[in-house]
Ligand binder design. Structure first.
Ligand SMILES: *Cc1c(COP(=O)(O)O)cnc(C)c1O
Length: 394
């Protein structure tokens, strides 16, 4: 009997023992304020569907219409089979929406990062990376072969110090930070980071995955929020969060985008997203450009929920956005809290080490524009009940 795969059983057993085994819940409904999860109807606070676009009638209709005209698949990679005008249209529309020169789309936000970073830096180069940056940034940095000094989270002074220490020791340099950090819902002082990039003539990239559709005028993202148009070289983004679909994008300086069309490996060696994805994303951009109503509702919901949680006595951490962490400390407490919320028909995820530091376990509440006042009130009641049962609040 071959033993060569026994190590997997041991590793999985180990994950279960330390409580890191992921058991994935099965949904049998569209994304929205309410879900059917494992057959049970629950209030949803887990998704990144900030604006409800994942199940928007206009996006669905646009996808259906585009399929009539273009069918489903792109056939092959764009550099070989040619590119559909639909994909080009999406790139022009997202660049205009973000008020930048140009954009290139990818299969996902994850691949956008693994495309862009190794195209910009390589051996002998340097990436100054926020210590809490997303896994796809970390993987992109590793693929590049550059050296990767990490700086203290969202701290321009620490970044400046590291930049000065490394001066003269590299060929090209790049600063990378997440826009909104998804575990805490905070964002860095991008204006200060931009000043450092300009002072030391470094390229600057921000990953706006949780900022698009949320921050800035009508959801134009973190660069728009800080009014830094033309000063941040690269905005990486995703269509899988507020846009409600799937796909990645790199937007910004036209020279960089042109370079990525030549040298972004996932662009050259992996096919583009399908026709309905592109059409639905275009509809999402239409909806965002027509009105700020959904973005305004998202922020109003978040302000209401957060204020009520604070007055109940909960600690909502560092959040500056609709991502609302409920700080609980020990991971066992966070898990029990999440389990009891679920029996109250509230679906909200517990996060513990290694996703967040030891001792900073939490429930992460993802607020959406789809939640009604009544939904939020029902959730607040459940949080109050479970919080008192478990002695978290008085
Ligand atoms: C979700 C996320 C991504 C990945 O986006 P996908 O399109 O889902 O692959 C990249 N970066 C950050 C910061 C994210 O939060």
């Amino acid at each position: 009997m071959s033993k060569k795969l026994n190590w997997i059983d041991e590793e999985l057993q180990n994950l279960q023992e330390v409580g890191l085994y992921n058991k994935i819940r099965t949904l049998s409904s569209p994304q929205g304020a309410w879900l059917v999860v494992d057959g049970k109807r629950v209030l949803n606070f887990c998704s990144n569907n900030y604006l409800g676009l994942a199940n928007h009638p206009r996006a669905i209709a646009a996808a259906q219409e585009a399929m009539q005209q273009y069918g489903l698949g792109p056939g092959a990679v764009r550099t070989i089979a040619g590119t559909m005008d639909l994909h080009l249209q999406l790139e022009q529309r997202i660049a205009a929406f973000k008020r930048v020169e140009d954009a290139i789309t990818f299969q996902s936000g994850f691949t956008a990062n693994t495309a862009a970073i190794p195209a910009l830096v390589g051996k002998g180069d340097i990436v100054f990376s926020d210590e809490l940056n997303h896994a796809s940034i970390i993987d992109g940095c590793r693929l590049s072969g550059a050296t990767i000094p990490r700086y203290k989270h969202a701290d321009p002074q620490a970044l400046g110090k590291t930049v000065r220490e490394e001066e003269g020791h590299y060929r090209r340099g790049l600063i990378i930070t997440d826009g909104v950090f998804s575990m805490d819902g905070d964002y860095p002082p991008l204006d200060k980071i931009t000043e450092i990039a300009e002072t030391y003539d470094l390229m600057l990239m921000v990953d706006d995955a949780h900022g698009e559709g949320v921050l800035g005028e009508g959801g134009r993202g973190i660069v728009d929020h800080f009014k830094l148009h033309g000063r941040v070289d690269v905005e990486e983004g995703t269509f899988s969060k507020a846009f409600g679909v799937v796909g990645g994008v790199v937007a910004g300086n036209a020279r960089i985008i042109e370079w990525l069309r030549q040298r972004g490996r996932p662009f050259l060696f992996s096919s583009a997203v399908t026709v309905p994805d592109v059409a639905a994303t275009l509809a999402a951009i239409d909806i965002l450009e027509e009105s700020t109503e959904l973005v305004d509702k998202l922020w109003a919901n978040a302000a209401f929920f957060k204020a009520e949680m604070l007055s109940l006595g909960f600690d909502t951490g560092l959040t500056m956005t609709p991502i609302t962490p409920v700080m609980l400390g020990e991971v066992t407490l966070a898990r029990e809290f999440s389990r009891r919320l679920y029996t109250e028909n509230v679906f909200a995820m517990a996060l513990g080490f290694p996703t967040v530091p030891v001792g900073l376990a939490r429930i992460r509440v993802m607020i959406s524009a789809t939640h009604s006042k009544g939904d939020l009130e029902q959730a607040l009641e459940a949080f109050a009940k479970v919080g008192r049962e478990l002695g978290v609040i008085g």
